[in-house]
Every structure is written in C-alpha cells, then in structure tokens.
Design a protein around this ligand. Structure first.
Ligand SMILES: O=C(O)C1=C[C@@H](OP(=O)(O)O)[C@@H](O)[C@H](O)C1
Ligand SMILES: C=C(OP(=O)(O)O)C(=O)O
Length: 442
C-alpha cells in the first residue's frame, strides 16, 4: 500500500485486476427515486409502501427528517413474502413545536424538504455536514420567500443552516427561480406543489437547467401517482393542487451506481452482466449503454420481462475516447475514470454545476488525475482530460462517494491506487467495498 498524505493515515487499497473482470452483479435501489417516493408517501392521503427502498445514509437522512416533520415510518422485512424489504410511511401530521432536520450531505434532503416543511405552520431548522454548507441553496430559499415563507439564514447567505417558518402553510401560485446551479431546486418545489392550495406554476429564469433528466423523473413520479403535471413551455412547469392517493411502489436499481461496476468490464477488457436493468427509466444512468459504447465497449440489453432486461458490457482491448462527453451530471466522475485511461483527450461539457455537488467535482477530478500522473485542466463549463493517468497513488475522496468509486475504477487498471475514504460510499451504497470485492476479486 502506498504512503498516504499527511492527515490521511489510512486508506482503502483499491483491488487491481491482473485478469479481465468477468461476472454478474446487481446494485441497490435508486437514491433519487427512493427519496422522491418517501417524500410523497409522507404527503399522501393515507399510508403508502415503498418496496425495495435504498438503505443508505441519504435515504436514512430522508426518513429521519420526515419522521421529525411528523411522519411515521415502519420497516417491513420480506414484504408480502417477496423476499424484499419495504418501508411503510404514515403521512405527516405536524405539531407546532420547532424541529430540526439534519441534511447530512444529501442534496435531495436539503433541496426537497424546505418546501415540505413550509406546508405546515411551525419552525424547522435545517443543518448539515460542513461540506453541505457550501452547496448552493439560494434559489430554493428565494423561491419560498417569494411564496410568503419566512426564511432566517444562520450562515453564509444562500446556504445551510437556515430556518423555515411558515405561518399558514403554503398557498403556492406562481414563482420564478434561477435553477442554473441544480435541477433539485425545481424538483424540490414541484414535489411539494400538489399540497399547495393553489398548486404551483414554476418558471426557470436562466438558459439551462442541469440534469434535466431529474426534473423529468420528478414529473413522471408525480404523474404516475395521479398528480396532474404539465410543462406548457420549456422551463415552465405546472403542478395542480390535489390529494396524493396512497400507493405501493417498487424502486428500480440505481443506474448511476451501476456505473462503476459496468466500468469494471470496460477498463479490464472483461464482461459484466447486470440483470434487472429497466427497459425504460427516467434515471440519468439510462445513458450508460450509449456512453460505454462511445468508449469502445460492446453493450447488449436482452429483455427478460416486460419491464427489465439483462445488460451485458464487454470491454475493448483498448478504450478510446469519444472526444467530447456532454451533460453527464452525476455520472461524470465515473465517466472521467474511463476517460482518464484513454490516450486521447476528452472534453467534458455542460457540467459546470458539479462545482456545487458533494464537493467541487471539477477541481477534485482535475487534482486527482494530476496526482496519478495525467494532465487535466478546468474549463468554464467542465474540464478536459488531456493525457492518461500513469501511476498509482492516493486518490482523495473529498467526502464524495463518486470520487471514491472513481478511485476504485482507476485502481483496477493502475496498481497502487489507495482510496482515502471509501466510507464516503455509505451515502448511496454502504456495502460498496464488499460488492466491489465480490465482483473484481472473484
Ligand atoms: O433530483 C435528484 O435526485 C438529483 C438531481 C441531480 O442534481 P443536480 O441537478 O444538482 O446535478 C443529481 O446530480 C443528484 O445526484 C440527484
Ligand atoms: C450529486 C449527487 O448527490 P446529491 O443528491 O447529494 O446532490 C450525487 O449523488 O452524485
């Protein structure tokens, strides 16, 4: 194991592959879908059941927050003999006493729950990890203020911590925000909108919303539960007011977290199969088959039921860069691991908002590629990977699960990679090290 830098005395020696990685793997449920369903269950008319929810730090933070806001949460094992776990959520009823919500580092908690908190009278204090206090929150707070909610900020303006204080609940109506820094600003307001007495018409004032797939996911989840939603013009969304009927839903696997496992085949010339791949999905990870093909992999999806299929990725002898990778949002660190192993240059565009993710991912990726002997530089809307990484070293994680898995993927191809904090993967996949070893060391 390599020496780690001062202040990081331990680390996770990433397994390196001396032969192609071959195997079958499944991944836990989607973070984005789990947290949307849990939130909407807490706003529904009667108890709802979320089957196969993600069990990770981000979903635990969502459950604790909904509980603090007055929802009851019950874990069910072997739901109806299916062998799968589930959570039953009894909708929230708020008392008037002040409550605190710990957002940890979860964007879906810090951006989605302020509007939920504002639906009922009372004060809710939002706080989170030190890394969360630099993630942008301004558009959520300004949007709520424009809807009549009192927000008191306790730190840097436009950031955690803050208090949401709603005297009468939320009437809704019409509001304009700038969601250029995160699609979660849009989703957060839309998810609470059915319970606003006038519903909500939301306009985005900028030219781009990053990760629009996640807004599409929000609209689809609402529509599937019977809420009337529309997008009369680009960057305007309308959610009609009305009850959310109780529901039972099964959560899809997390296609973003599938990425590192599929990349294990890509970077070792191996073959990885993932059963249960949804044939249709609103997750941005649906882009993996195309992305992997663009880097020279052979990808096949064989339907095994009406809903899902078996996805197989076969890695090439040598990865080749597609040149430009555009708008990959939360997939970017994993795609960057592929690009960092290509001899050709790769330009990542329309991902400038990653500076407001779990860490400044643009700076983090450029730093870590350079540490491993590659050349990289930041651009306004992303970064360029200019030459291949050459040697193993410590890969810092910056408390970011996707930087940790970036290190894991590189470690397969470059011996001597040590991931500084593999524990950061607990955000969305607490057993990542075991799943990784089971696939790559089999
Ligand atoms: O709504 C969601 O569940 C998410 C939206 C995206 O946020 P950004 O638009 O800030 O990238 C994504 O990166 C994040 O991991 C999850
Ligand atoms: C950006 C991410 O998370 P969050 O939901 O905290 O924004 C991510 O998971 O890559």
């Amino acid at each position: 194991m390599n020496e780690t830098p001062q202040g990081h005395p331990t680390g996770w020696p990433a397994p390196s592959a001396d032969s192609p990685v071959v195997g079958e793997v499944t991944v836990p449920a989607s973070k984005s879908l789990t947290n949307r369903y849990l939130l909407l269950a807490a706003l529904a008319e009667a108890p709802s059941v979320v089957v196969n929810p993600l069990a990770s730090r981000d979903s635990a933070l969502m459950l604790s927050a909904l509980h603090a806001l007055g929802a009851q949460v019950e874990a069910i094992t072997d739901w109806e003999g299916s062998g799968e776990d589930a959570v039953r959520v009894t909708p929230l009823t708020r008392g008037s006493e002040p409550v605190t919500v710990d957002c940890g580092l979860a964007g879906t908690v810090m951006r989605f729950l302020p509007a939920v908190a504002a639906l009922s009278p009372g004060r809710v204090q939002f706080d989170g990890d030190p890394e969360a206090k630099v993630r942008p929150m301004g558009a959520v707070l300004e949007g709520l203020r424009a809807l009549g909610v009192r927000i008191t900020e306790g730190g840097t303006p436009g950031h955690l911590p803050f208090t949401v204080d709603s005297a009468q609940g939320l009437e809704g109506g019409e509001v304009t925000i700038d969601a250029s820094q995160s699609s979660q600003f849009v989703s957060g307001l839309l998810l609470a909108a059915p319970r606003m007495s006038a519903g909500l018409t939301l306009h985005h004032s900028g030219t781009q919303v990053p990760s629009l797939e996640h807004v599409e996911m929000t609209l689809k989840v609402l529509a599937d539960l019977g809420v009337e939603v529309s997008s009369p013009t680009p960057f305007t969304w309308r959610v009609e007011p009305g009850p959310i009927p109780p529901f039972t839903v099964r959560v899809e696997p997390d296609l973003s977290n599938a990425g590192p496992f599929l990349c294990a085949a890509a970077v070792t010339g191996g073959g990885v199969t993932m059963p249960g791949w949804p044939l249709e999905s609103t997750q941005i990870g649906r882009r993996w088959p195309q992305l992997l093909t663009d880097f020279g992999c052979q990808v096949t999806l064989t339907p095994t039921s009406e809903m899902s299929g078996s996805l197989t990725v076969k890695g090439p002898e040598r990865l080749t860069s597609p040149g430009t990778v555009d708008g990959t949002a939360e997939l970017t660190p994993t795609v960057a691991a592929l690009a960092a192993l290509c001899s050709e240059e790769t330009k990542f565009t329309s991902v400038g908002h990653l500076r407001g993710h779990e860490t400044n991912r643009i700076a983090a990726l450029v730093n870590e590629v350079r540490r491993l002997g590659g050349a990289a530089e930041e651009t306004d809307d992303g970064f360029r990977l200019l030459s291949r990484v050459k040697r193993g070293d410590v890969v810092l994680s910056y408390a970011d699960h996707r930087m940790a898995t970036f290190g894991a993927v590189l470690g397969l191809a470059i011996p001597g990679v040590v991931v500084e904090d593999i524990g950061s993967t607990a955000k969305t996949m607490p057993d990542f090290p075991d799943r990784w070893s089971a696939l790559v060391e089999a």
